[in-house]
Design a protein around this ligand. Structure first.
Ligand code: AMP
Ligand code: MG
Length: 428
């Protein structure tokens, strides 16, 4: 075990990332006011709702509902007029009908007005009898003089939705801290909320490093590969409420320095992929020498970097956190899941801080390096048991894409027999 003595535990590195990144986020934290429609612009442009969380309670500007209205298609009546129905049917002349979107006349005593679901209850009426319970159980033609009979009394308030019963003017309709999803946006619009205050998404500079990398979609030369990490980590950061500026640099310290110097001035922190191992051409490790580089007792994702680096032009240098992940795509994404996602999800509120977790028996036995926390990719079979998707190799990105679980094999475990229970995180 001696050669592993210098490794940080997963927990130690999680804590170190949290402390550093939280400080970086606090240094740039800003809020902005937006209209509910503005929140929807991103959704209509990109087909996804940008994860946003309210930072100030949103207060109803109008009552919800805005007027007493009917819960049923039926007759608006004065409950007192139907009291005699306890002893025998009560017949009432039919008043003018109330369709949705019209303001009804007050209800004359001793009459019943046809009212449609959601339409206003006429002043004077205090109950609705649903059409099925009226005799005849169908509305007369508008304008025709008609009579309707009721076989039973109706308690005051029956099938009336009172004004303000969902939220009254001045009530908090969506509290601070709530992620804004479809129901919240609908409620804000319904309650006449003109503007809300939301946190500005933290801006992250994501740098893929590697002289072998070619941008997404570009033709591949010999020994080249597409920058999968740029796509994967951009999406992962966006899912937890971050805005991403992404750059690709070769294994050249000058190129990396140039990208950092040109960093947008509101960058909260920098994430890199690749170039952190102990080999030659490790551009992140060789360039950003103020940061810590070492090993975490995890597989994949052992080599990691973490520290404070300077970004921006010489005359406006700023210190920001650096979180440096290894380049193999499964290593990079598993590192994100373990170390960065929980911090960012908690900070932005854009996603639950933890992935849904579970525990289930293994379909097959597995081996794991005893001194490491191993993270394997898996899925549940029809019987609810955990089966592996591919092997432990950190290059198996297509297998990760086919998996639904990250399966955790803790340090100290070298072998698990079939049927042994394992902990997992659901990753989609
Ligand atoms: P590194 O951590 O820089 O030594 O990278 C290890 C391996 O990960 C490289 O040889 C590539 O095969 C792969 N790799 C590095 N960066 C990326 C990337 N952005 N996208 C896909 N694969 C990558
Ligand atoms: Mg590399």
């Amino acid at each position: 075990m001696a050669e592993h003595a210098g490794r940080r535990s997963v927990r130690e590195h999680q804590e170190a990332v949290r402390e550093l990144v939280d400080a970086g986020l606090a240094a740039v934290r800003r809020t902005t006011t937006v209209t509910p429609a503005g929140l929807l612009t991103a959704a209509s442009t990109h087909g996804v709702l940008a994860p946003r969380t309210l930072v100030v309670d949103a207060v109803a500007a109008v009552d919800l509902p805005g007027f007493d209205n009917s819960q049923m298609d039926g007759y608006a009546v004065r409950a007192a007029d139907l009291a005699p129905a306890a002893h025998g049917p009560v017949a009432l002349p039919v008043a003018a009908p109330v369709p949705a979107g019209t303001t009804p006349l007050p209800l004359d005593p001793g009459t019943a007005a046809p009212v449609m679901t959601g339409a206003p209850i006429p002043v004077g009426a205090d109950a609705v009898v649903k059409i099925e319970d009226a005799d005849p159980p169908a509305f007369p033609d508008p304008g025709a003089s008609a009579t309707v009979r009721f076989a039973a009394p109706a308690a005051p308030g029956t099938f009336v939705r009172p004004r303000g019963s969902d939220a009254a003017v001045g009530d908090v309709v969506v509290p601070a801290g709530t992620p804004l999803g479809p129901a919240q946006l609908g409620a804000l619009v319904a309650a006449g909320v003109a503007e809300v205050e939301v946190a500005v998404a933290p801006h992250v500079l994501l740098v893929s490093t590697g002289s072998e990398l070619v941008p997404a979609g570009a033709p591949l030369g010999p020994a080249q590969l597409h920058d999968a990490n740029g796509a994967a980590l951009s999406a992962a950061l966006a899912q937890v409420g971050c805005r991403v500026t992404h750059r690709v640099v070769p294994d050249d310290p000058a190129a990396l320095r140039a990208v950092l110097e040109a960093a947008p001035d509101d960058v909260a922190f920098v994430v890199t992929s690749g170039g952190v191992s102990a080999g030659a051409y490790e551009v992140v490790r060789q360039t950003l020498t103020d940061a810590w580089f070492g090993h975490v007792a995890v597989q994949p994702g052992g080599p990691q970097g973490l520290g404070t680096i300077t970004v921006g032009p010489v005359e406006a240098r700023r210190a920001v956190p650096l979180v440096a992940f290894p380049g193999n795509p499964v290593s990079a994404l598993v590192s994100f899941e373990l170390f960065l996602r929980p911090v960012l999800a908690a900070a932005t509120g854009a996603a639950p801080a933890h992935r849904p977790r579970g525990r289930a028996p293994l379909v097959d036995a597995l081996d794991s390096p005893e001194h490491l926390h191993q993270v394997r990719r898996g899925r549940l079979d029809a019987a609810g048991r955990v089966e592996m998707v591919g092997g432990p190799g950190s290059h198996l990105l297509a297998h990760l894409a086919a998996a639904t679980l990250l399966v955790h094999v803790p340090p100290g475990v070298a072998h698990l027999p079939a049927g042994a229970e394992v902990d997992y995180w659901e990753i989609r």
